[in-house]
Ligand binder design. Structure first.
Ligand SMILES: [Zn+2]
Length: 451
């Protein structure tokens, strides 16, 4: 049974499942107004690793991750570029999934879009107003946090403690609010801005209202796990939770937050990585598996330094594991169970991937040593365990003829583009694969790649 640190209770505790055998997860997704950066890659890789491990363990995982396709930043970007806001969101959403595919992140089970849920958000806000948990002002609708039991649970501070810290405007922003910590559920639109009709005034939803509506709609009350970066803990997650509590609904049972990306040089990421700024550039300049390995070798709650040296070291580590796929290409032996038992024990202990990678590299060494000593049976069993661990954490091994994960992901994106009749994108993706040396065969059932 997986035990995970829970931000709400501040302890490592078992991830309790609402339905046996099924895991329901909500991950706050991107606001699509620019290319995904390297930190976004950590956000998706951490939960891709979790999802694959849970799936490998025999559970059915439903991962819902939204796209925020209406936001002040999108409106600003559209105005700056002089294009409709829908063009900004469709361009950067496509780029998001292309970038995530390039680092081997599987698409979420569901990708709800905020703009498809505005009616439900309006209905929720009406309910909050009717229940005296929200109020209408000259610029929007705000949630009255003082009406919410236990506000500050995720922040780890009561309202009084937050205010005692001072700097109210810096922490909570200005506005026509009754209490500094009250937050916008709805923003009334200014002329020329996108607007949706509502009884309390035409406008657009606040970010915190999107996730609570989409998560409860798709996963239902009391879903198992809500995830995101440490920076989302407060105010975003606190405010999602506050709305659910005010509505009298059971929200997430467990809260998981991952650590930041830091730059060891104290420089801008783009400098220390040799002008790599976006995730797409990282995947082009390094083995895309190196970033996954770098994260696996760290703890998900701690900071990770993304530097050229660290990525190079991780790429070498991946190459060592590839060596097992080449030396033991058949893989029919049963995996060494003692290694897999230890792997499960480590992963179930708050996702100790650092320990799990240590175990895997130890098994690589032992497999090679056993083969050198002529003990082929032991070598094959250890090699099989290495393959299993790699599979469980989503690390695609490159043997003689394997198609690497990033090429498979591009082929999958190509199929999706063709299905959506987006032939410009399909042609571009086909061109990328051909430039990488693949023969691309497109049939009615999908795309296959050959060298
Ligand atoms: Zn969210």
């Amino acid at each position: 049974m997986l035990r995970l640190y829970d931000t709400a209770s501040r302890q490592v505790r078992p991830l309790a499942l609402r339905q046996p055998g099924q895991v329901s997860i909500y991950l706050c997704g991107p606001t699509v107004y620019g290319p995904p950066h390297i930190g976004h890659g950590r956000a998706t890789l951490v939960y891709d690793i979790l999802r694959r491990y849970l799936t490998w363990s025999g559970l059915t995982v439903r991962l819902v991750s939204n796209v925020t396709d209406i936001d002040d930043k999108i409106i600003e970007r559209a105005a700056r570029d002089g294009v409709p806001w829908q063009e900004i969101t469709s361009t950067y959403e496509a780029l998001w999934f292309e970038a995530m595919g390039s680092i081997g992140v599987e698409r979420p089970t569901d990708v709800p879009h905020a703009t498809d849920y505005v009616d439900q958000m309006v209905a929720m806000i009406e309910e909050l107003i009717a229940g005296d948990h929200a109020y209408v002002t000259a610029d929007g609708v705000y949630l009255a946090v003082e009406t919410v039991d236990g506000y500050g649970l995720l922040a780890g501070q009561s309202l009084d403690e937050m205010l005692a810290g001072g700097g109210e405007r810096e922490v909570f922003g200005a506005g026509n609010k009754r209490h500094p910590a009250d937050f916008a559920l709805w923003k009334l639109s200014k002329p020329g801005e996108p607007a949706w009709p509502a009884s309390f005034g035409d406008g657009r939803p606040g970010w915190h209202s999107e996730c609570v509506v989409m998560s409860l709609d798709l996963l239902g009350e009391g879903f198992d796990l809500h995830c995101g970066g440490q920076d989302l803990r407060f105010p975003h997650h606190e405010n999602e939770r506050a709305q659910a509590v005010a509505l009298g609904k059971r929200f997430a049972g467990h809260w998981m937050h991952h650590g930041f990306i830091v730059d060891g040089e104290g420089e801008k990421m783009s400098k220390s990585l040799g002008n790599v700024d976006s995730l797409v550039e990282l995947a082009q300049q390094y083995d895309p598996r190196a970033y996954r390995m770098l994260l696996l070798q760290a703890h998900y709650r701690g900071p990770v330094t993304v530097s050229r040296d660290n990525l190079d070291a991780s790429a070498k580590a991946v190459a060592r594991v590839d060596g097992i796929a080449r030396r033991f290409p058949h893989g029919t032996a049963a995996a060494d169970e003692s290694v897999l038992d230890e792997f499960r024990r480590l992963m179930d202990d708050d996702l100790n991937t650092t320990g799990a990678m240590g175990l895997m590299f130890d098994a690589v060494t032992r497999a090679n040593a056993a083969a050198d000593a002529g003990d082929q049976a032991a070598a094959e069993a250890l090699a099989a365990a290495v393959r299993e661990i790699a599979r469980a954490v989503g690390l695609e091994l490159h043997g003689e003829s394997a198609v690497p994960a990033h090429a498979q992901a591009t082929a999958q994106a190509l199929d999706q583009a063709r299905a959506a009749k987006d032939f410009a994108t399909a042609d571009r993706l086909r061109g990328e694969l051909q430039a990488d040396g693949w023969t691309v065969e497109t049939t009615r059932t999908g795309t296959t790649l050959r060298r």
